[in-house]
Design a protein around this ligand. Structure first.
Ligand SMILES: NC(=O)c1ccc[n+]([C@@H]2O[C@H](COP(=O)([O-])OP(=O)(O)OC[C@H]3O[C@@H](n4cnc5c(N)ncnc54)[C@H](OP(=O)(O)O)[C@@H]3O)[C@@H](O)[C@H]2O)c1
Length: 238
């Protein structure tokens, strides 16, 4: 039996698309979700093993770790779950920062440490390694005036890519993917969409396929680790 790929936040959008992609290949997928959508039942019917949990709840994170450490080996972990809290959210500033650090830094940190043995054991024979992929954000290098805590937490997540790549080599490759405009949210109005598209050299809503293809590249690479891979339409040059 193949080693599973773990994906956090599979209920919608990029996490859901990644889970469906791997299931269609016959790859074992273990996912996490917070809210229950029809997509969750669909992924289960396709064979995914899914755990519900809120990463803001330490006890639920620990239950997830307890389940995942029972696995003998893991092919990859994709840290995708994310909350895009604005600094102006109803939470007090210390709560905003705490939440951003919890979901984007503390949970990936805990999972990577707890699953070290399973990741080392899951090294793909031909490629010679297993993978950890941190999904960060273009703003980790640019910052953000309205999502300062979010951007800082994604920068911290990328910094862990450096540390874990060194710690877990050569059995485990660890990389970041830093997307910009992959998918608009349902409530984004035309004005916002036009303003956002104009930030890139390639003014497009990139779509899930860009992330799926990059994840596939990283999983199949024999020599790429400890790097951030931008999917941002050349925003840094505008
Ligand atoms: N989409 C883009 O254009 C874009 C751009 C830059 C970076 N990214 C990054 O790419 C990744 C995927 O993006 P996306 O747009 O698909 O994300 P998304 O639509 O916001 O979905 C993220 C998933 O994470 C889950 N999640 C959030 N907080 C959680 C918590 N406390 N505990 C457990 N699960 C939680 C959400 O669950 P609920 O459904 O319960 O909320 C959701 O299903 C994220 O890391 C994001 O930061 C995306």
């Amino acid at each position: 039996m193949t080693s599973p790929i773990i994906i956090t936040g599979v209920g919608k959008r990029i996490g859901y698309a990644l889970a469906k992609h791997f299931l269609a290949q016959g790859q074992r997928v273990i996912g996490t979700y917070r809210s229950h959508y029809a997509s969750i039942d669909e992924l289960k019917s396709l064979g995914a093993i899914l755990y519900q949990g809120d990463f803001y709840d330490d006890a639920q994170v620990q239950s997830l770790i307890d389940e995942l450490t029972k696995l003998p080996q893991i092919r990859a972990i994709i840290h995708n779950a994310s909350d895009w809290l604005a600094d102006s959210s109803p939470y007090a500033p210390n709560e905003v920062l705490q939440r951003m650090m919890q979901v984007h830094v503390s949970v990936p940190y805990q999972l990577n440490l707890a699953l070290e043995a399973q990741l080392r054991a899951g090294a793909n024979g031909e490629i010679g390694a297993s993978d950890v992929i941190h999904i960060t954000d273009y703003v980790m290098e640019k910052g953000s005036q309205k999502h300062i805590a979010y951007a800082a937490s994604k920068a911290a997540l990328h910094n862990m890519t450096l540390s874990f790549a060194a710690k877990l080599a050569p059995e485990v490759k660890v990389n970041s993917i830093a997307p910009a405009m992959i998918l608009f949210n349902a409530g984004d109005n035309t004005e916002y969409q036009q303003k956002t598209l104009a930030k890139a050299l390639l003014p497009k809503e990139a779509g899930n396929r860009e992330i799926i293809d990059l994840v596939e590249y990283l999983l199949n690479s024999r020599y790429v680790t400890g790097r951030s891979h931008n999917v941002d339409g050349g925003r840094h040059l505008k």
